[in-house]
Design a protein around this ligand. Structure first.
Ligand code: ASP
Length: 605
């Protein structure tokens, strides 16, 4: 039976009196006005039930033909996502109709008046907590996606985290100061986003990869304690835990050493985590960078996982087993991940892991030794090992019947990356975890420099990190031994943020630029303003930046940053809702004195 389309109502003088979440049994008998969306409509032989959804909760509203014929007859027309306002009375549901899954499930609202405020096209997928819509669809129809309860909850948590962090920092006497978004290129190591200047054709602003230099300038300008919840931009290829634009809680302090900053970080981290009911142990445990790599193969280990790596490089330094010995001769390492009681990992699983580390992690292979129930060693490599090597392996790994030992012989970084990945994957899969829900730590004592693939000296974090005072001399004699002042906060195996003391002495900063291979002219062209600023009386200073999206993601219990960002970009840097990036009018290019020389990837494929 087709009906005339309904006319729409205005809000009139009616206003929402309660939110759905307020409707608990103690409101029974209260007249309420609710506003929201039709989540679901059910027609039960005359009586029509609608789940009305507002920003936090659902509540059942009931249209009975006898109680209110007019509202009831209009309720037939309601469809998913129609926008309504209802006036009615809260009633207790009969015991057999109580919905225990809903916080408001003990009551319902008997409708006396309905206002239809707007219609809606049918939603592209059901707006339930669990959805099987693929991510592309969710991002294209982001507004529907955002109406789903988990995303509403995530963004509410994100909001509370802002407030908690802000309050913690303000209570610690930090000033909130904004820095420019149209800025100059800074060397965080990623590609810059450039913005062409119309007024200065051929010149470009860079969007900040972080406010790093600006916050240092603020210290020199005398502000002493600064923070900002800052948007940062890095034109990187996307990974699951990266976005082209992301948010940092950025802070900087003057007249401080490492300990002072760590105290602040502990306080702010605890207050932030408390918004999700997470209580962190204080003081935070600390791990040196060297120890983190040695035991876990990662500078952001999840220490809840009870598996640890064993370094066997020395045992193979003189080895007759060429595959290991050659790696050691070339400066590489031999490391092992022992897993005891590993009967659950059968031969086919080991083969699968080998395929995985070769294909996904660039490993050359995955050597292994299994210790059988009688203590016998089963392994393709065991015949190459001398008795002394076998004894060393057995002793260092504590191998026993049931143990499975995985080896990597490779350049240190790659060997560690492979074993650390196996450690987390297998540790979780086999339940080798200590049961703590949260694991926070400071990782400290990073080296100032490392060698890049070509063997040249490069910075471990960024070129402004100050060396430890007692190592400044080594900048001349043995720069690779210089220890930095860098520190990270790691939460559940994720780097929550990082920071350091900075070079406040221009001579030290200049020397570091030199060691990094910048010519005098290059340093002046890129960082002249910083070097000049250091010359005007820069106080010792240091700071930190939290990866805010990651923090919110961990606290909200999601695996993807996109779930805690209102309008995120896809892996390919697109906003599917607004359809950006997009071509612009030729006149706009003319104004900027730009010409497109070649079409982008998107149009080619
Ligand atoms: N600016 C640094 C970054 O974005 C963090 C810091 O050292 O404060 O990685």
């Amino acid at each position: 039976m087709s009906r005339e389309p309904l006319s729409l109502d205005g809000l009139g003088e009616l206003r929402r009196s309660h939110a759905a979440r307020d409707l608990t049994p103690d409101r029974v008998g209260t007249e309420v006005v609710l506003a929201g969306w039709v989540h679901r409509r059910r027609d039960h032989g005359g009586v029509i039930f609608v789940d009305l959804r507002d920003r936090e909760e659902l509540v059942q509203v009931v249209f009975r033909p006898d109680a209110c014929p007019e509202a009831h007859s209009r309720a037939h027309e309601l469809r998913s996502e129609y926008v309504i306002l209802v006036r009615g009375t809260v009633q207790r549901r009969s015991p057999e109709t109580v919905n225990t899954k809903l916080p408001t499930g003990e009551v319902e609202v008997e409708v006396e008046e309905l206002r239809l405020l707007n219609r809606a096209t049918p939603p592209p997928f059901e707006l339930e907590a669990e959805t099987d819509a693929d991510e592309g669809t969710r991002l294209r129809y982001r507004l529907h996606d955002l109406r789903r309860a988990p995303l509403q909850r995530a963004l509410r948590l994100r909001h509370r985290l802002y407030q908690a962090v802000r309050k913690a920092l303000v209570d610690l006497d930090f000033l909130e100061i904004e820095t420019p978004v149209l800025a100059k290129s800074t060397p965080e190591g990623a590609r810059d986003f450039l913005v062409p200047s119309r007024i200065h054709p051929g010149s470009f602003y860079a969007l900040p990869q972080s406010p790093q230099i600006m916050k240092q300038l603020l210290m020199i300008a005398g502000f002493d304690r600064y923070f900002q919840i800052a948007r940062c931009f890095r034109d990187e290829d996307q990974r699951a835990d990266r976005q082209l634009e992301f948010t940092q809680v950025d802070l900087e302090m003057a007249f401080v050493g490492v300990e002072d900053v760590l105290q602040v970080l502990e306080e702010v981290t605890c207050q932030g985590c408390a918004v999700a009911g997470v209580e962190l142990p204080r003081p935070f445990p600390r791990l040196s960078h060297a120890e983190a790599l040695a035991r876990y193969g990662s500078d952001r280990p999840d220490t809840r996982i009870q598996l640890e790596l064993v370094d066997l490089t020395e045992a193979f330094r003189e080895s007759g087993f060429r595959a290991f010995r050659d790696v050691v001769d070339a400066g590489g390492i031999v490391k092992c991940l022992p897993i005891h009681d590993a009967q659950a990992l059968g031969r086919s699983e080991v083969d699968r892991l080998e395929g995985f580390v070769r294909k996904e992690l660039g490993a050359r292979g995955l050597a292994w030794i299994r210790v059988g129930e009688e203590g016998e060693w089963q392994s393709p490599i065991v015949k190459f090992l001398s008795d002394a090597e076998r004894a060393a392996v057995a002793e260092r790994t504590q191998a026993r019947p049931g143990s499975l030992l995985f080896f990597q012989a490779d350049q240190a970084q790659r060997a560690d990356a492979v074993l650390s990945r196996l450690r987390t994957d297998l540790g979780q899969r086999l339940g080798r975890v200590d049961g703590r829900a949260w694991d926070v730590l400071f990782v400290v004592d990073f080296p100032l420099f490392e060698r890049d693939e070509a063997g040249a000296l490069t910075y471990t974090h960024q070129p402004f990190v100050a060396p430890r005072d007692e190592d400044i001399e080594l900048l001349e004699s043995a720069p690779e031994r210089v220890r930095g002042t860098h520190y990270d906060v790691v939460l559940n195996g994720v780097e929550l943020g990082s920071g350091s003391l900075r070079n406040h002495r221009a001579d030290v900063q200049r020397r570091i630029f030199e060691l990094l291979g910048y010519s005098k002219q290059q340093s002046e062209a890129r960082f002249g303003f910083l070097l000049n600023a250091l010359d005007i009386g820069a106080p010792p200073h240091g700071g930190f930046a939290y990866g805010y999206d990651r923090w919110a993601m961990l606290l909200a219990g999601f695996d993807s940053l996109r779930d805690v960002i209102a309008f995120p970009k896809t892996q390919r840097g697109q906003d599917l809702l607004m359809d950006s990036p997009a071509p612009v009018e030729p006149e706009q290019l003319d104004e900027l004195a730009l010409r497109i020389a070649r079409r982008g990837r998107q149009e080619d494929d």
